[in-house]
Structures are given as structure tokens and as C-alpha cells.
Write a protein that binds this ligand. Structure first.
Ligand SMILES: [Zn+2]
Length: 455
């Protein structure tokens, strides 16, 4: 009799603990909303130099590292079906679909088949969706979540697919791919996709002010004919910050009772790093951090939200280097000198012009960096020696050799003007983030998101 009671009691305990563990599992695993935030080209050194600048020059911490402390962090590799070094299209598609693909293809597998993305899956389940970037909305990273073309450069077709996709939010630059050549855009087919978007129910805005005032379930923001401005150059422009775009996007998609999927990209960290421009890298990464703060505040108020932060690849082979012209001991990054940078390479190079003279180089470097270059430092810039030595990795104009001359002043070095295979940080918080740990491949981001949604 006694053993019968004991068995009954044990059985009870097993059933109750099973129920408890199942219910806690389902609570832990289920995310109603996912916010995926991608720093394009943002390797660990981009995060680190920005953290150094924020903590030691601006006297504040970063929200991105706070989330690393409170959430989960992994290292992430990103090789494609054909290379150890990737680019934004393949990296975006691998995160969006979980499939290893060939470089430059968007939403299409190595076998030529169309791949279904996490955004498309979320949409099928009735969730609101949106894409936000400071680069072109037709650029590879946003395109990877909804478009299907064999090459990322077909941005006129990507623009058509974006407009037809019926997403709630499309914020970014490159309006050129939505308007005709006659309207000084880049469309050769005579179609005006801004008007077509309006007919499909989009409110279309072009300034920060209009974006804030806009009402409706579907908003398209095209804030620049080309890419949006670098943060370091954005002051006094009419463009919204990435944080402002993030806040507006969350405001719209969070009204959907079924939840949402939002991809937010700091698209120009990559562009700055391609031109070996540390000032533009740090300021665009700081702007990304402000957008992350907006998303994190939302996540804290809506704990059924999974917030994931990562990058698609590293750009520039960025490193903090040890020595100045004269140091005998390690001195490291010169934050004081970096704080004096006046603008991005884009602005600087307009003043520099093509084939600048020695005098012009010295004048512009003085204006933008408060540095007096000696003739023997300006001379290799004029001759573009780096490009002559390694034209494959230093393929842009003078920016690489200028950065090489600045490296002893800023103590920042660059290995290339292209991408590198440096492993990336992958981190996050919220339901499903417990799977973010260890050594991950970027195709696993898709699996983490899909499981978190419970699809
Ligand atoms: Zn790139």
C-alpha cells in the first residue's frame, strides 16, 4: 500500500515537472516580434574602436555592449558556397534563408531555385514587416530579405519587387531606382515607382519631418537619390537619423496584433570602411548604437521581442595599431586626433578633386584632420603608391594611401579596401536568444529566428 502511494506520488511529480518544463520551454522559445539589426561591414574592431571613442572621448557607454552583458553573445563566421570572404548579398541571404549561396545572388540558391526568406515567412503568418537602411533600400542587405534576382546590381528590378512586396516599412536611400531617367533617376523603362507605390497604398516621404508626421500602415521613405549621408556629414540635412527611422518603423509595425519582423541596417559603416575612413566608421557605428537603444527600449517594454544584432562581414581589415612616428612603447589609438576629423572621405574628396597636387593634398589634409603633412608624406599620396603595389585590395582612388599616411597619426591600420573573413559578433536578447552562443555560422541566424517564432 505504502509503495503504491509512493509510486502515485512520484508519478504526480513527474507529470507536474513535465508540464512545468514544457510550459517554460514554450514561453522561453516563442517570439512574437523579431528585430534583426545588421551593421554592414561592422567587424569586432569597428565595435571596439567605437567603444573606445564613446567611453574615453565622449564619456558614455554603448548600448550594444550593454546588450552583450545582459543577453547572449556568439562569434559568427560567414563563408559562402564559393568563398571564405563574403559580400552583403550572400551574407544577407544566408541569414535570411539559412542556405549557403553564391556571392552576389539575391534570394536565389546555388541551384538557381528561389529561396523563401524569414521575412516572407513572417508575412505569410500575418505579421507586419519592414526594412530600414542608411544605404540604398535597393542595396544588397535589405534586398536579401525580400527580393529574388540573380545579381545584386539589378537594383531597378529589386525596386519593383520591393514596391510589390506589400511590406509596411521601406526606409532608405537610392530613390534613383524608383524614378525615370527623364526625372534624373536611373530607370530606363519609364516607370515611376513612387507613383506606383502610392497607388498600392503607400504614404511616400522624403524628409525626417514628413516621416515623423506620416500616418498609415504602409510608409515608404526615400531620403536621398543616392545613399543616405554619413552621420558625420548629416548635420543640417533633412535626412532622419537611423534611430529616428527605427522609432518610426517600430511605431508602425508594432500596431499589428500578429507581431512583426523588422530588419534594420547601418548600411554605411561598410562604405566608410571600404574607403578606410575611421571618422565615418566611428560616427556611423555610434548612430547605429542610438538605433539599437531605440530597439532595446522597445524590447524591454515588449519582452516577447527577440532583438538580434550582428554584421554581414568585416570591411577593411581594421586594426588598432601600436606606434606613432616616435613612440618606443605601445601607445595605441589616438582618440584625440580622431575627434578632430571634420567630415567623411566623400566630402573631403570633393575638395581634393581628381589628381590633386602636392599642395592641394597638404591643404585638404590640414583642413579635415588638423595635420601638417610633410612633403615626403604627401608625395606617396600624389603617386598613389598603395594602389600601384596592390591594385586588387586597394582598388579605390586615393583614400587607401591617405589612410596609410594617417595611420601613424590616428594609429588605425587597414589591411584592404575590400572585405575580410574576420569572424563577427552575433548577439541578442529576448525569447530565442539562448541559442546565441559559441561558434556559429551565419546560416544559423535564420534557424534561431525561425525557431524563436515557432515556425
Ligand atoms: Zn562592402
Amino acid at each position: 500500500m505504502r509503495s503504491k502511494i509512493r509510486k502515485l506520488f512520484l508519478g504526480y511529480i513527474i507529470v507536474i515537472s513535465l508540464i512545468l518544463s514544457f510550459s517554460s520551454l514554450s514561453i522561453a522559445a516563442q517570439a512574437k516580434n523579431i528585430i534583426l539589426m545588421i551593421g554592414d561591414g561592422m567587424g569586432p574592431a569597428h565595435v571596439h574602436t567605437t567603444w573606445l571613442y564613446a567611453t574615453r572621448q565622449l564619456g558614455k557607454g554603448l548600448v550594444m555592449t550593454e546588450i552583450m552583458d545582459k543577453g547572449r553573445t556568439a562569434y559568427m563566421i560567414n563563408d559562402t558556397a564559393d568563398s571564405t570572404v563574403t559580400e552583403s548579398a550572400a551574407a544577407g541571404v544566408q541569414m535570411a534563408t539559412g542556405v549557403k549561396v553564391l556571392a552576389r545572388a539575391v534570394g536565389i540558391g546555388p541551384d538557381g531555385k528561389v529561396l523563401k526568406t524569414i521575412l516572407e515567412m513572417a508575412k505569410e503568418k500575418g505579421k507586419a514587416t519592414g526594412l530600414v537602411t542608411t544605404s540604398g533600400i535597393t542595396d544588397a542587405t535589405p534586398a536579401a530579405f525580400v527580393a529574388h534576382v540573380d545579381h545584386r546590381t539589378k537594383e531597378d528590378i529589386i525596386a519593383e519587387q520591393l514596391v510589390k512586396s506589400d511590406m509596411n516599412i521601406l526606409f532608405g536611400g537610392r530613390k534613383d531606382f524608383f524614378i525615370t531617367e527623364a526625372e534624373k533617376g536611373k530607370r530606363k523603362d519609364g516607370r515611376n515607382l513612387v507613383n506606383e507605390a502610392k497607388q498600392l497604398g503607400y504614404v511616400v516621404v522624403e524628409t525626417a519631418e514628413d516621416m515623423k508626421k506620416a500616418h498609415g500602415e504602409k510608409i515608404m521613405g526615400l531620403f536621398n537619390k543616392g545613399n543616405m549621408l554619413f552621420e558625420i556629414d548629416r548635420k543640417d540635412s533633412k535626412e532622419p537619423s537611423l534611430a529616428e527611422m527605427t522609432a518610426k518603423a517600430l511605431d508602425v509595425v508594432s500596431k499589428d496584433k500578429d507581431g512583426f519582423f523588422l530588419m534594420i541596417e547601418a548600411g554605411r559603416i561598410d562604405h566608410a570602411a571600404h574607403r578606410n575612413d575611421i571618422g565615418a566608421v566611428i560616427f556611423d557605428t555610434l548612430a547605429f548604437d542610438e538605433a539599437i537603444k531605440v530597439a532595446y527600449d522597445f524590447q524591454k517594454n515588449n519582452p516577447d521581442t527577440l532583438l538580434i544584432i550582428t554584421a554581414d562581414h568585416e570591411t577593411g581589415g581594421l586594426a588598432v595599431i601600436g606606434h606613432s612616428h616616435t613612440s618606443t612603447e605601445y601607445v595605441g589609438i589616438n582618440l584625440e586626433a580622431i575627434s578632430k576629423i571634420k567630415g567623411s572621405y566623400e566630402k573631403r574628396d570633393k575638395e581634393l578633386g581628381k589628381d590633386p597636387t602636392l599642395e592641394k593634398i597638404k591643404e585638404v589634409v590640414k583642413k579635415y584632420y588638423e595635420i601638417d603633412l610633410k612633403d615626403e608624406e604627401a608625395k606617396p599620396i600624389e603617386e598613389n603608391l598603395l594602389k600601384k603595389l596592390d591594385p586588387r585590395n586597394f582598388h579605390y582612388d586615393l583614400q587607401g594611401i591617405i589612410a596609410f599616411m594617417l595611420r601613424l597619426y590616428h594609429r588605425i591600420g587597414w589591411a584592404t579596401m575590400g572585405h575580410s573573413a574576420t569572424p563577427l559578433f552575433l548577439w541578442g536578447i529576448g525569447p530565442g536568444s539562448e541559442k546565441i552562443n559559441g561558434w556559429r555560422h551565419n546560416t544559423e541566424v535564420f534557424k534561431i529566428m525561425k525557431e524563436a517564432y515557432g515556425f
